[in-house]
Design a protein around this ligand. Structure first.
Ligand code: ARG
Ligand code: ASP
Length: 716
C-alpha cells in the first residue's frame, strides 16, 4: 500500500516536475517552450522575446550590478530594480545629514539625478551556441585536467577572435554541466544615476521577519537611469552624457491581474542545482544546511543581543545582520522544504526509473550503469570536506570583520611577494576604500564576541584534524574569551591605525608588523589547514563529481527523451514562466495570491524597526487618495505570487503579462518553496513580486514624481 502510494506521488510529481518550473535561455525557446507558454495564455512569440535582427523584449533587460536584474521602463533609459538591489548604491550616496535610505529620494529633474559611481548595468546583445567550437576537438578519453585545459584554451581563443564592437565584451559559459557552451556578447553601461526610492521603512517593510515569507507587504523597488554618450553608447560618467535611448522598453499595464493569469519573469538567475542525485540533495539539506544554519545563528545571537540593547548599534549593524540573516533563513526553509515534500525519496524513485530504463537498454547500461553507484561513493567521500570547507568560511570569515581584515593583509603580503611594490600598491589602493567602509560598519567589541562564540563552536564541533593547534586545548567560555582578547589586542582594531601601517613606502616594515599580529598568525593557521587538509580534497572531489554530473546530465537527456531539460541557472539571461496562483502551505490553510495596502496598515507597528511607517504614508492611506492604482477591490494591490521558477539573482526581474507588459517586480520566494534551487515543486513553489500599481502609486502619491510616470507607457 505504502509503496503504491509513493509510486503514485512520484508519477504525479514526475509529471509536474518537468511540465512546470525551469529557466530557459531566451534563444532556445522557439518551438516547444514557446508553445507551452502560449498554451498557458501567452500572446507573444519567441521572436518578440528574443531577436537579434530587430528589437525585442530582451533589449529592455539588464543585469544590475553583479547580482541582480533590472529593466528599462521608458524611452529615456529609466530603470527599475529592487530596493535591496539598489541598497548599496543608495547607501553610498547617503550622508548623515542627507540619509537617502531613511528619507527616500525623488529627483525632480534630470539635473537632480545622482551618479552612482561604480554601478554598472549589462545588456545582452546576442547569444550563440558555441558547443562545437569549444568541444569539437576534445577527446573524452583524456584525463579530466587535460580535457579542461584544452577547453579553457578553446574558450580563450574564441573569446579573442569573436567580432565585437570596442564597447562590447564576450563571455563563454558552460551549460548542462559542460555538455553545451554558449557565448554572450554584452554591452556594459557605466553611467547609472539614482532617480527615485521610497524610504526604507516602505521599501524594506517587514525586513527580516517577513523575508522569505508570504503574505508580503514591502515595496521592494528603486529607480535609476542609464546615461550614454552622445552616440547613445556606453561611456564612463560624464556631465556631457545623456539619458540612454533603449532599443526596447517595457510598457506598463495597470489592468486587473487574476488568478491563473500567465506571467513571464525575465532576468539573471544565479545558481540552481536541479539535477543532483538524491544523495547530494540529502547531504545539502540534512548535513550541510544544519551546519551553516547553526553557525550563522550563533553569530546572529551575539549581534542581536547588542542590537536590542542599543539603538545606534542596531542602525550600524542592521544591514550586516540582514545579510547574514538572509541565507540563514533561506537554508532553514530549504532544509525543511526538502524534507516536507520528500524530495530525497522522490529523487530516489526517479533514479529507480532511470535504472529501470537502463536495464532495458544494454548499450546505455554499459555507458551509464556506473553513475549512481559512483555518486554514492564520491558523495560519501566528499561529505567531511564539504562540511569543513563551508564551516571554515562561515566560522572564521563570513561574519567576522576583523578576521577578514587579517586575510586581506595576507593577500596584500602575497601581492608584494609575487608582484613587488607595484603589486602591493595596486592592491592597497583598491583595499583602503573598501576597508574604510568596513571599519565604519564594525564595532570591534561585538566583532570580538562573535569571534569568541564562533571559534568555540568550531573548535568543539569540528573533526579534530580540521581544528587549528592554537585552539585545540581550549574548552570553556572563559578560555575562548581569553583567546579572543589575545587576537584582538591588535594594531588593526581601528582604521586610522591600520592606514598608518599599510600606507607606507617601507613595505618590508609593514609586513613585519602584520606578522607580529596574533590574528594574522591565526588566519595563517586556518588557511594552512584549509590549504593542506580541506581544499585539495574538496577541489579534487568536486571536480570528479562535476565530471560525473556532466555524464549524468547527458544520460538523463538520452534516457528521458520525452522531457525538456532546462540548464541550471548560472547568472545568464533566462526566462521562466507560470501563472498567478495561491497555494496550500499546509492542511486547511490557503494563501491567496494578492496582498493589498490594507495589509501594510495591519502590520504597521509604530516605533518598531521593521514595521514602522512614515506619517506621510499613513496620511495618504487615510485620505484614500489611491489615484487609478487600485484593483477591483477598490484598494491598491501590494504584492502577488505566481509559479515562476526563480532564484537569487532574479531579484529586480520584471514580471510580464501575456502581452509583454510589466505587471510586477520580482523580489523573493515563499517560505515553503525556498528549496526550489534543489527541487522545484509546483504545488508550493511561488515567486513574490511587487505589483506595479503599488510602485506607481508610491512614485506618484508619495514621491510626487509624476514626471517619471509621464515618461512611461501605461496601458489601462
Ligand atoms: N530574500 C530575498 C533575496 O534573497 C530578499 C533579500 C532582502 N534582504 C533581506 N535581508 N531582507 O534576496
Ligand atoms: N531575493 C532573491 C534575490 O535577491 C530572489 C530569490 O532568491 O528568490 O535575487
Amino acid at each position: 500500500m505504502k509503496k503504491l502510494f509513493i509510486t503514485l506521488i512520484f508519477l504525479l510529481s514526475a509529471n509536474y516536475f518537468f511540465a512546470q518550473g525551469g529557466m530557459w535561455l531566451p534563444n532556445t525557446i522557439k518551438g516547444s517552450i514557446e508553445k507551452d507558454m502560449q498554451r498557458l495564455g501567452m500572446k507573444l512569440t519567441a521572436d518578440d522575446i528574443y531577436n537579434t535582427e530587430k528589437s525585442s523584449i530582451k533589449d529592455a533587460i539588464v543585469q544590475f550590478g553583479g547580482g541582480c536584474t533590472g529593466e528599462v521602463i521608458s524611452p529615456k533609459g529609466l530603470l527599475l530594480t529592487n530596493h535591496h538591489c539598489g541598497y548599496g548604491a543608495i547607501q553610498r550616496l547617503s550622508t548623515m545629514e542627507n540619509n537617502l535610505l531613511k528619507n527616500g529620494f525623488w529627483a525632480q529633474s534630470f539635473e537632480e539625478e545622482l551618479p552612482a559611481k561604480g554601478l554598472t548595468v549589462t545588456f545582452i546583445d546576442r547569444i550563440e551556441d558555441v558547443t562545437g567550437k569549444i568541444l569539437g576537438n576534445i577527446n573524452n578519453d583524456l584525463p579530466l585536467n587535460e580535457r579542461q585545459s584544452l577547453i579553457d584554451k578553446n574558450i580563450d581563443s574564441l573569446s579573442k577572435t569573436t567580432q565585437i564592437e570596442d564597447y562590447q565584451t564576450v563571455e563563454i559559459k558552460p551549460f548542462y554541466y559542460g555538455n553545451k557552451y554558449y557565448l554572450f556578447v554584452k554591452n556594459i553601461f557605466k553611467d547609472i544615476r539614482l532617480v527615485g526610492v521610497a524610504p526604507e521603512s516602505i521599501g524594506k517593510f517587514g525586513a527580516d521577519t517577513d523575508n522569505w515569507m508570504w503574505p508580503r507587504h514591502n515595496a521592494d523597488f528603486s529607480i535609476f537611469r542609464i546615461y550614454a554618450d552622445k552616440n547613445n553608447l556606453p561611456a564612463e560618467y560624464s556631465e556631457e552624457n545623456v539619458p540612454y535611448t533603449p532599443k526596447h522598453f517595457l510598457p506598463i499595464s495597470v489592468k486587473e491581474i487574476n488568478e491563473d493569469d500567465f506571467t513571464l519573469v525575465f532576468g539573471f538567475p544565479g545558481r540552481t542545482q536541479e539535477y543532483l542525485p538524491a544523495i547530494a540533495v540529502d547531504q545539502i539539506a540534512n548535513k550541510l544546511d544544519p551546519v551553516r544554519i547553526s553557525i550563522r545563528e550563533a553569530a546572529l545571537n551575539v549581534m542581536g543581543k547588542y542590537m536590542r540593547n542599543d539603538e545606534a548599534t542596531r542602525l550600524k549593524y542592521a544591514s550586516k545582520f540582514a545579510g547574514i540573516a538572509n541565507y540563514w533563513k533561506k537554508w532553514i526553509g530549504e532544509s525543511q522544504g526538502i524534507n516536507s515534500v520528500h524530495a530525497v525519496e522522490k529523487k530516489k524513485e526517479f533514479e529507480k526509473e532511470f535504472l529501470h530504463r537502463l536495464d532495458k537498454n544494454p548499450e546505455a547500461k554499459a555507458k551509464y550503469g556506473h553513475l549512481l553507484a559512483d555518486f554514492d561513493s564520491l558523495y560519501a567521500a566528499f561529505e567531511p570536506y564539504n562540511i569543513a570547507q563551508n564551516a571554515i568560511y562561515e566560522s572564521f570569515f563570513r561574519s567576522i570583520d576583523f578576521m577578514r581584515v587579517m586575510s586581506y593583509l595576507n593577500r596584500l603580503k602575497n601581492y608584494y611577494i609575487n608582484n613587488g611594490a607595484a603589486g602591493y600598491d595596486g592592491f592597497k589602493a583598491r583595499l583602503l576604500p573598501y576597508l574604510k567602509g568596513m571599519y565604519k560598519g564594525m564595532d570591534i567589541s561585538i566583532d570580538k564576541d562573535v569571534f569568541a562564540a564562533l571559534v568555540k563552536k568550531y573548535a568543539l564541533e569540528s573533526k579534530p584534524e580540521f581544528v587549528p593547534g592554537s585552539i585545540k586545548a581550549l574548552k570553556t567560555d572563559r578560555e575562548f574569551k581569553e583567546f579572543a582578547n589575545k587576537i584582538y589586542n591588535s594594531k588593526f582594531t581601528d582604521y586610522d591605525s591600520l592606514v598608518s601601517i599599510i600606507d607606507t613606502t617601507d613595505i618590508d616594515w609593514a609586513i613585519s608588523v602584520f606578522e607580529q599580529e596574533p590574528g594574522f598568525e591565526f588566519a595563517k593557521e586556518i588557511n594552512e589547514i584549509s590549504d593542506t587538509k580541506v581544499s585539495p580534497n574538496y577541489n579534487e572531489l568536486s571536480a570528479k563529481i562535476n565530471d560525473l554530473q556532466k555524464e549524468y546530465m547527458k544520460a538523463l537527456m538520452e534516457m528521458f527523451p520525452e522531457k525538456s531539460f532546462f540548464p541550471d541557472a548560472n547568472s545568464t539571461l533566462r526566462i521562466t514562466y507560470g501563472q498567478v496562483k495561491g497555494y496550500h502551505p499546509r492542511d486547511a490553510v490557503y494563501y491567496e495570491p494578492v496582498s493589498h495596502i490594507e495589509g501594510v496598515i495591519e502590520k504597521y507597528k509604530p516605533g518598531d524597526y521593521e514595521f514602522d511607517l512614515p506619517q506621510k504614508f499613513l496620511d495618504i492611506y487615510k485620505s484614500k487618495d489611491f489615484g487609478n492604482y487600485t484593483d477591483k477591490t477598490g484598494s491598491v494591490p501590494a504584492c502577488f505570487i505566481a509559479t515562476n521558477h526563480t532564484t537569487g539573482g532574479n531579484s529586480g526581474s520584471p514580471a510580464l503579462d501575456a502581452e509583454g507588459n510589466l505587471i510586477g517586480l520580482n523580489f523573493d520566494r515563499v517560505w515553503e518553496g525556498t528549496m526550489s534551487d534543489l527541487y522545484y515543486d509546483p504545488s508550493i513553489c511561488r515567486n513574490i513580486m511587487v505589483d506595479v500599481r503599488y510602485i506607481l502609486f508610491l512614485i506618484d502619491k508619495y514621491g510626487n514624481a509624476k514626471r517619471l510616470i509621464d515618461e512611461m507607457e501605461i496601458k489601462k
